[in-house]
Design a binder for this molecule. Structure first.
Ligand code: ADP
Ligand code: MG
Length: 341
């Protein structure tokens, strides 16, 4: 067998490195929505407005009223591995923000036409940064940030071909915002598509109000509250009555410290709590938020941060199972008239 021809080793240009990273971070418009809303929330936004066009492929624009970005720092926001959220390994281990990798904006900008319009707290006006040319110029805006992402994957037509219809991409974008909205009741959200208001969730008084606003009264009527606390872990949310179980696992949401996750440990724990009341392949409905000491969970497992690793996953499994069992066993007001007190 002839050895492979030897090619020189080269350092890849920055742009290409970002495009490679974008392959992991940006799968579709909904990934852009998620990253931009993460950033808005990290900036302390109270109101987040998402404007989409063409299923988010033509435009994803996220406006917030957060702290804004200093003009001198604006170009850094689009640089790879540039972040204001951590500065050391110790800070990574206790990170409480959604972001910390400093790569989302760089990755997104490398596969789209991106602009960032931002006015920092205390600045007389805003600045607009063009991600393509790097040009920075004065502009008008209230305090906060607007990131505009146009023509996703326009330079990588092969990836663009993997996108589904506008309707499907829009549904994924809405779902990405819904996950944030469920986790952050105090923040108002609005979603526009092609100039029409698609969803609006006003700031809610509490988590129950937001759950009802987002998932509807039927969901509330067919579910029970979860409230459990032990040591460094708090579990809250709602679980569906066994009768409300579905054929598909399409109404299962979990968050760890406000971050939406897909976690096998959590899923399995919930499932096991339903062991005696759910039969066959029926899927329970649940909305569960875990709040845990951030040093007990590793969020740096996957570029999209959809997976986490618990330091003591057995303890978490047990706690979730107990919390759900307790909720399912609670006497139900309204079902039994003699239970009224
Ligand atoms: P990360 O969120 O991991 O830090 P990003 O690439 O998403 O990385 O963002 C880079 C930096 O740009 C952030 O650390 C933050 O300082 C700044 N930034 C991005 N979006 C916003 C926003 N909406 N408001 C304020 N600052 C922002
Ligand atoms: Mg980010």
């Amino acid at each position: 067998l002839a050895p492979a021809p030897r090619r020189p080793i080269r350092e890849l240009p920055d742009e290409l490195v970002s495009q490679i990273a974008a392959g992991e971070v940006v799968e579709r418009p909904a990934s852009v929505v998620r990253e931009l809303v993460d950033n808005a929330l990290d900036a302390g936004a109270r109101q987040v407005t998402v404007r989409l066009a063409g299923g988010g492929v033509r435009l994803v624009c996220v406006e917030d009223d957060g702290c804004g970005i200093d003009p001198g720092q604006l170009p850094l926001a689009l640089r790879r591995h540039a972040t204001s959220k951590i500065a050391s390994l110790a800070e990574l281990e206790s990170v409480a923000t959604m972001g910390f990798r400093g790569e989302a904006l760089a990755a997104i900008a490398s596969v789209s036409e991106t602009t960032v319009l931002s006015r920092a707290d205390g600045q007389p006006h805003a600045f607009l940064l063009d991600g393509g040319t790097g040009e920075l110029r004065p502009a008008a805006r209230t305090v906060g940030t607007t990131v505009e992402v146009k023509e996703l994957f326009f330079r990588t037509p092969a990836r663009r071909k993997f996108l589904k219809s506008d309707g499907t991409e829009l549904a994924h974008c809405v779902e990405a915002v819904r996950r944030h909205a469920l986790a952050r009741p105090e923040v108002g959200f609005a979603i526009w598509h092609d100039g029409k208001l698609v969803e609006q969730w006003r700031p809610a008084a509490d988590a129950a109000q937001r759950l009802s606003d987002v998932l509807g009264r039927d969901f509330m009527a067919a579910s029970l509250p979860v409230a459990w606390e032990g040591g460094p872990l708090r579990i809250s949310g709602r679980v569906g009555l066994p009768d409300a179980a579905r054929a598909r696992a399409d109404q299962q949401w979990a968050w760890v410290n406000g971050r939406h996750v897909r976690d096998k440990v959590l899923g399995h724990a919930v499932r096991s709590a339903y062991e005696d009341v759910l039969h066959g392949q029926r899927q329970p409905v649940y909305v569960l938020a875990l709040d845990i000491d951030p040093t007990l969970v590793d969020v740096n497992v996957h570029p999209t941060k959809i997976e986490v690793r618990f330091r003591d996953s057995r303890a978490v499994h047990q706690a979730v199972r107990h919390a759900v069992e307790q909720a399912l066993a609670a006497p139900r007001a309204g079902l039994n008239p003699s239970a009224m007190s």
